[in-house]
Design a protein around this ligand. Structure first.
Ligand code: PLP
Length: 388
C-alpha cells in the first residue's frame, strides 16, 4: 500500500492540524469586526483575540499583557533585537548584544543590522556538539551588555541550548541585560513555561506548531524596555501597530493548546520513530556522519546527518522524486548552496557539511513513513555519492 508523501520536514513548516483548522473556521464564522472597535462585531473579535492571548500566555507561563501578537517568528525575533537595542539607545546606553553563533537568520541578520548601525555585538561560540559555550558567555558579560540572544533549540541540529545556565550567568554577571530566546523550534516539544521561565523575551511561530503560517508572538517581560518597530495605531499596547489577525491568533492559541496537551505522548512517540530512522540509516548507509554526538539533548523530531561525498541538493531532489521530503539544513537557505554557518560553528568540515541532511518528524509521522524513508534514502544516497 502506498504511504503517499513522506513528509519529514516539520522544522521547515508543520502541516495545519485539523483541530487548529476547526478552531479557525469557528472563529471565522459570523461577523468579525476590528478588535479595536466598540460595536458588537468588534467586541466579538476583541474577545476572541484576548482569549487567544490568555492561552498563549498560559503556554509560556506569562501574563497575558506580556504577549505581543505579530506575523511570525521572524518578526518576533526582529522586534526582540531591534526593540531592545532601540530602547537601550534611547536611554543613552552604548550597549552590547551577545548572541550565539547558531542563531536563526531572523536573529543573526537583525544583530548584523544593529551592529552595522553602530551597536556593539559579539558572537559567542558553540562547542562541537552545537551547544552554546556558557563559559565564553560568562566571560563576555559586562555592565555594558544589554541583550543576550540564545535560542531554546537550534533549527538545523535540534540541539537544545543551555538556557537555564545562560539566564543564571546573566543574572549573576550582568543583571541589567535582557535575555531573549527564540523558541520557535522548541515550542512543539518543550514546556516553555519551565524551560524558558527565566528569559525576558520569547519568540513563537504558529506554523512550526501545526498552526497557520504568518502568525507568531513575542512575550516581553514588563522589566524590559522595547521600542516598537512597526508604528501606527498603537495596537498591542504600542508594541506592534497594525490591526490584529484575530483568526490567526485563534489558530496559534489552538496550536499551543494541542501541543501542550499532547506534548508528552507525541514527543515520546516521535522520538521513538526518529531513533528507528537513525538506527536504520546508520546500518544501511556506509560512512554516515552523525552531526550531534550521542548524549546531547536534541528535540524529539530532529535527526541531522551528513553524507560525506554527497551533494545535498542532488540528494534532496532525488529524494523528492521518490516522494520523500527532507531538507539540507535550514529551510531559509533552500536553493542556496552556501555552507551552513551552524555546522561551521560546530567545526564540521566543509566537505562533510556539504552532504548534510535534516530529517524532522512531527505529530503526523507514522511507522509507515519511516519504513518508506528507510527503503528510499539508502538507495538514493548510495547512487549519488561520489566518494566516501
Ligand atoms: N526562528 C527559528 C529558530 C526558525 O526555525 C524559524 C523558521 O524557520 C524562524 C525563527 C522564523 O519563523 P517564521 O517562519 O515564522 O518567520
Amino acid at each position: 500500500m502506498s504511504v503517499g508523501l513522506v513528509y519529514l520536514d516539520h522544522a521547515a513548516t508543520s502541516p495545519l492540524r485539523p483541530g487548529v483548522a476547526t478552531a479557525m473556521d469557528e472563529a471565522r464564522a459570523g461577523v468579525l469586526g476590528n478588535p479595536s472597535g466598540s460595536h458588537p462585531a468588534a467586541q466579538r473579535a476583541r474577545r476572541l483575540l484576548e482569549e487567544a492571548r490568555d492561552e498563549v500566555a498560559a503556554f509560556l507561563g506569562r501574563d497575558p499583557g506580556d504577549v505581543v501578537f505579530c506575523s511570525g517568528g521572524t518578526e518576533a525575533a526582529n522586534l526582540a533585537v531591534f526593540g531592545t537595542v532601540g530602547a537601550a539607545e534611547g536611554a543613552g546606553e552604548a550597549g552590547e548584544v551577545l548572541w550565539s553563533a547558531v542563531e536563526h537568520p531572523a536573529v543573526r541578520e537583525a544583530v548584523h543590522a544593529v551592529q552595522a548601525a553602530g551597536a556593539g555585538a559579539r558572537e559567542l561560540p558553540v562547542g562541537e556538539e552545537g551547544a552554546l559555550d556558557v563559559g565564553a558567555l560568562s566571560e563576555a558579560l559586562t555592565e555594558r551588555t544589554t541583550l543576550v540572544a540564545v535560542m531554546t533549540a537550534n533549527n538545523e541540529t535540534g540541539v537544545v541550548q543551555p538556557l537555564g545556565a545562560v539566564v543564571a550567568a546573566v543574572r549573576r554577571r550582568a543583571p541589567q541585560a535582557a535575555v531573549f530566546t527564540d523558541a520557535v523550534q522548541a515550542a512543539p516539544w518543550l514546556d516553555l513555561a519551565e524551560v524558558a521561565a527565566g528569559a525576558d523575551l520569547v519568540a513563537l511561530s504558529a506554523h512550526k506548531l501545526g498552526g497557520p503560517v504568518g502568525v507568531g508572538a513575542l512575550a516581553v517581560s514588563p522589566r524590559v524596555g522595547l521600542v516598537a518597530r512597526q508604528v501606527g495605531g498603537g495596537q498591542e499596547r504600542e508594541r506592534r501597530s497594525g490591526t490584529q489577525d484575530v483568526v490567526g491568533a485563534v489558530g496559534l492559541a489552538a496550536a499551543v493548546r494541542l501541543a501542550a496537551a499532547e506534548r508528552a505522548a507525541v514527543g515520546a512517540r516521535v522520538a521513538r520513530l526518529r531513533d528507528e530512522l537513525r538506527r536504520g540509516l546508520l546500518s544501511a548507509v556506509r560512512g554516515l556522519w552523525v552531526t550531534v554526538p550521542d548524549g546531547v539533548e536534541v528535540l524529539p523530531g530532529h535527526l541531522h546527518l551528513c553524507v560525506p561525498g554527497a551533494d545535498r541538493e542532488e540528494v534532496l531532489v532525488a529524494l523528492g522524486r521518490e516522494g520523500v521530503c527532507v531538507s539540507g539544513g535550514s529551510s531559509c537557505a533552500s536553493g542556496a548552496l552556501e555552507p551552513s554557518y551552524v555546522l561551521a560553528a560546530m567545526g564540521v568540515e566543509r566537505k562533510v557539511a556539504d552532504g548534510s541532511l535534516r530529517f524532522t518528524l512531527g505529530p503526523a509521522t507514522t511507522e509507515a513513513h519511516v519504513a518508506r524513508a528507510l527503503e528510499v534514502v539508502p538507495a538514493v544516497v548510495e547512487r549519488l555519492r561520489r566518494t566516501v
